[in-house]
Structure formats: structure tokens, C-alpha cells
Ligand binder design. Structure first.
Ligand code: SAM
Length: 258
């Protein structure tokens, strides 16, 4: 029997009701292309495979890769690898018949969730939807609106690229072993109106990082290096990073990259 490994963030889903709800949110259909990050022992994998013609698995734990290879299940492709290094864009572009929606799903290892979310941005042009279980606090920050205390660098960067919704809250008892924190499922759909070049995206990363570098300080201080070029208003100079809308950050990125 497989012993859960902490270093790979292994908390396996047990609750049938929660598993059913997550699979229903993914809405598997025969022509759909899905890659599951971290299948573990298959809580989501098996019910997904019942409704898909093909499912790709990306797993870092060699023992679990061997386990899935032994199962020899029709339609399953097992990829041994680190999701942080994997080229999701290439995966999406190379899928066989290119019909049907292309989705990245998973009950993610919480220890790498932020870097993984940023890594996936590079594939947002090629992927239709992402459905992830994450630490609830991270999902709350992802969907937080400007003005709220959870509104952060992660909120701005993710909302600039995706339309997002917290779709399910999951308590620790749904897992074995139980995590110390609450979990939540987020649906992420790449924004149709996204129009930033890679230079503009880089400028957005820079200005957002600077704005949030000292949360309590006014933008007059945090954006000192940029304030002239951005022509910040008096109100903006006195505001804090968490009071500025995602749209305004996007406008600033465009000015800085011009
Ligand atoms: N999907 C299973 C479930 O819901 O019960 C397992 C989820 S468990 C929270 C996270 C899974 O991600 C584990 O299978 C773990 O080995 C795998 N994992 C951890 N780090 C990874 C990485 N960098 N790349 C790919 N898979 C990873």
C-alpha cells in the first residue's frame, strides 16, 4: 500500500460526495482532452476516465507512476514529471484531433500551488479551462476584489489572465491524511479579452510586485520609481496597493511597456 509522502503534498481525497462534485465541475465528455496533475491513487482519475476517451496523467512520484503504468487502462497516458517544468502549452497544441475542450485539472500539491499557477499562465492561450483544488486561503486570494484585505499580488496577476470562481469548499475531513487547512475548488477560464504582449505582462509583474512590496505603505512610496511616467493622481498617490483595480494595473503595465 502507498504511504502518503509529505514532500509531494500528498493528501488523498476520500469523500465520495466531494469527488463526485469535483468530477461534475470538470464535466468530462468523450471528445475532451484532459491532463490531470498529480493523480495520486486515482480518486479523480477513475471517475474521470469513465467519461473520457483519453486522459493524460502528470505525476512526479515514481512509485505512483509505476502503479499507473501497471494498471494498463485504456485511454490513459502516464507522464512522469514535475508539473513546474512541464510544457502545458506544447501538450495542448499537440493533442491528437484538436476537437473538444482542453482542460488542466487536479487536486494540486499545496506546497507548490503559487509557482504552479504562475507557470500555467504561459499555456493560457492554448487551454480552455483549469479546475483545481487548492488551499482555501489561496483561492480566496485569487478571487478577492480590490479593496478587500485578501486582495494581493496573486489576485491581480490571476485576474488579469483568467475569469475565476470559487466553486466548492472542502473541509480537511474529505482527505486522508487530513491537511491542516481548508481547501477549495477554483474554476479558471482564460480571459477572452486578454491583450497583453509578453513585455506588457512583464511590466505588469513588475509594477504589481512594487505596489505590494510594502502593503501598508502608500503608492507614493511603493511606486516612487514609476509615479512620474504613470502620472498617478493625488488619490492614487495616497492609496494602497490593495485599493487599485486590476484594470488600472493593466493600464499602468501598458504605459510602462510602451
Ligand atoms: N489526485 C489525488 C487525490 O485527489 O487524491 C492526489 C492529490 S495529492 C494532493 C497531490 C498529487 O500531486 C500527488 O499525487 C503528488 O505525488 C503529486 N505531485 C506533487 N508534486 C508534484 C509535481 N511537482 N508535479 C506533478 N505531480 C506532483
Amino acid at each position: 500500500m502507498h504511504r502518503a509522502r509529505k514532500r509531494f503534498g500528498q493528501n488523498f481525497l476520500q469523500d465520495e460526495g466531494v469527488i463526485y462534485s469535483i468530477v461534475a465541475l470538470i464535466k468530462p465528455a468523450p471528445e475532451m482532452h484532459v491532463i490531470e496533475i498529480g493523480p495520486g491513487l486515482g480518486a479523480l482519475t477513475r471517475p474521470l476516465l469513465r467519461n473520457l476517451e483519453q486522459l493524460d496523467l502528470l505525476e512526479i512520484d515514481r512509485d505512483l507512476v509505476a502503479y499507473w503504468n501497471q494498471q494498463n487502462l485504456d485511454g490513459l497516458k502516464v507522464i512522469e514529471g514535475d508539473a513546474l517544468q512541464f510544457n502545458f502549452s506544447e501538450w495542448a497544441k499537440n493533442r491528437t484531433d484538436k476537437k473538444g475542450l482542453c482542460k488542466v485539472v487536479g487536486n494540486l500539491p499545496y506546497n507548490i500551488s503559487s509557482p504552479l499557477l504562475f507557470h500555467l499562465v504561459a499555456a493560457a492561450n492554448d487551454v480552455d479551462e483549469q479546475i483545481f483544488m487548492l488551499q482555501a486561503e489561496v483561492v480566496e486570494r485569487m478571487v478577492a476584489t480590490a479593496g478587500s484585505s485578501e486582495f494581493s499580488r496573486l489576485s491581480v496577476m490571476m485576474q488579469a489572465r483568467y475569469d475565476m470562481e470559487l466553486v466548492l469548499e472542502v473541509p480537511p475531513e474529505a482527505f486522508d491524511p487530513q491537511p491542516k487547512v481548508n481547501s477549495a475548488v477554483v474554476r479558471m477560464i482564460p480571459r477572452k479579452d486578454f491583450d497583453l504582449s509578453s513585455t506588457q505582462w512583464g511590466a505588469l509583474e513588475q509594477v504589481v510586485a512594487a505596489a505590494f512590496s510594502q502593503r501598508r505603505k502608500m503608492l507614493r512610496t511603493n511606486l516612487q520609481a514609476y509615479s512620474e511616467r504613470l502620472k498617478l493622481t493625488e488619490i492614487e498617490l495616497k492609496a494602497r496597493a490593495q485599493d487599485i483595480s486590476v484594470q488600472r494595473y493593466i493600464e499602468w503595465a501598458k504605459i510602462l511597456a510602451a
